[in-house]
Write a protein that binds this ligand. Structure first.
Ligand code: GRF
Length: 218
């Protein structure tokens, strides 16, 4: 049996995306496993989810470090300790710079609740509603030093409905996130991803299901 790719997951909050990754990794034959879950927030419920699944956890509080570089170096050291091959950000609320990203070139993934490049930064669903778009969704992308600017790996779309408020739309998008992130991790772990200039090329079928408007309740 070939060794599974070891993912380190960085979290700050509730961790429903982490849970989706934990559940995916538990399936027989999934090509990745979670080596460690690290949070910058000691109270993050995501840590509970990891502990319950028997996954190693660590708290590295950015406030305990005099500079971002030192915080990032501590994150890298802990990920190395757990022999992480790649990193998944799952609701990790700190921007990462070169000190971190140079250690995992094209190996840091993030999930964002909007169809990038539209609506980067905070409150993707609210931005989509405020703009009045009719299709919203989520994006898994490689992380670069910008805010949600790295190469797109996978996207899933959901309709914006007439009676949507932010909570309803965010919930519909989140359900797609839970489907998309494990899929993207699978593709990366299977080596289906190559970088061409600023684009990520993925040798895998497109994720079109989420675009269907026939079942807008999903
Ligand atoms: C999700 O909306 C994700 O898109 C964004 O942060 C949120 C994390 O939620 N990056 P959870 O902690 O995974 O539930």
């Amino acid at each position: 049996m070939t060794a599974r790719v070891r993912a380190g997951v960085l979290v700050s909050g509730g961790g429903t995306n982490l849970q989706a990754l934990i559940d995916a990794c538990a399936a027989p034959g999934f090509p990745a496993e979670i080596a460690v879950v690290i949070s910058n927030v000691a109270e993050a419920f995501a840590l509970e989810r990891a502990r319950k699944a028997g996954i190693a956890t660590a708290v590295i509080d950015h406030k305990a470090f005099p500079s971002r570089d030192e915080f990032e170096a501590a994150l890298v050291a802990r990920l190395r300790e757990h022999r992480a091959d790649l990193v998944c950000l799952a609701g990790f609320m700190r921007l990462l710079g070169g000190t971190f990203l140079r250690q995992f070139p094209s190996r840091v993934l993030n999930i964002h609740p909007a169809l990038l490049p539209a609506f980067p930064g905070l409150h993707g669903p609210r931005q989509a509603l405020d703009y009045g778009v009719k299709i919203a969704g989520c994006t898994v992308h490689l992380v670069d030093e910008g805010t949600d600017t790295g190469p797109v790996v996978a996207q899933a779309a959901v309709p914006v409905l007439a009676d949507d408020d932010e909570a309803k739309l965010a919930a519909r998008i989140l359900a797609e996130e839970h489907r998309l992130y494990p899929l993207a991790l699978r593709w990366v772990a299977e080596g289906r991803l190559t970088i061409e200039g600023r684009k990520a090329r993925v040798e895998a079928p497109p994720v079109a299901e989420g675009l269907s408007l026939r079942n807008p309740g999903r």
